[in-house]
Ligand binder design. Sequence first.
Ligand SMILES: O=C1O[C@H](COP(=O)(O)O)[C@@H](O)[C@H](O)[C@H]1O
Length: 223
Amino acid sequence: MKIIDYPDAEAQAIALADRVASDLRAALAHKGHASLCLPGGTTPGLMLECLSAAPLDWAQVTVFAGDERWLPESAERSNSGQIRARLMRGPAAAAQMVSMAARGQGLAETAARLSERLAPHLPIDVLVLGMGPDLHVASLFPGAPELPAALAAQAPVVMALHPPTAAEPRLSLSARVLRGAACIHLLISGAEKRAALARAARLPETEAPVRVILNDARIHWTA
Ligand SMILES: O=C1O[C@H](COP(=O)(O)O)[C@@H](O)[C@H](O)[C@H]1O
């Protein structure tokens, strides 16, 4: 595992934002446009704010969340809502954002619509993920009845999942889409997640979905 230790959350956020910006610049230089997939949850807020100020051709970048809680974007815990509020400002406001949040259609219809909408932006150029202490990544949760299908090689781009441990249904990019990203960063903090990560290496993907990207990810950790 490639783990980079940072002295604190600010240093971690600044360094990762810098790294993501240079990954995006490389993709833009190579093909003129880029896709950026981001995590939700409590960890990435500061990194999103740092990234929003990065000088790059944001108008050619398409941004979306790797997963979403089945909530409207206005809900405090919406992953897309957080990305819009904390990334889509300053220079980054010029980016195109595809929201995964609930808006009118049902869960399955939304998963199908998003699969079509995001397909032209694959493979992902730059993927940043978080991880739960239960080793879920995006919304691939251990114990979700749909997890085996989401891990399968022919899974759709976006899947609806009903993890028994989550407060609401989820939408998530499937494992094959996460695995296919060109640059993968895992952003985590705290001793509990570091210990969980060490455990993950000995578990199958059904028990440790983070394993889907573990071999290819740069892991950015702070206590
Ligand atoms: O449920 C989720 O959890 C993970 C980790 O969140 P954190 O609050 O522990 O940082 C997050 O990466 C994911 O996007 C989110 O939906």
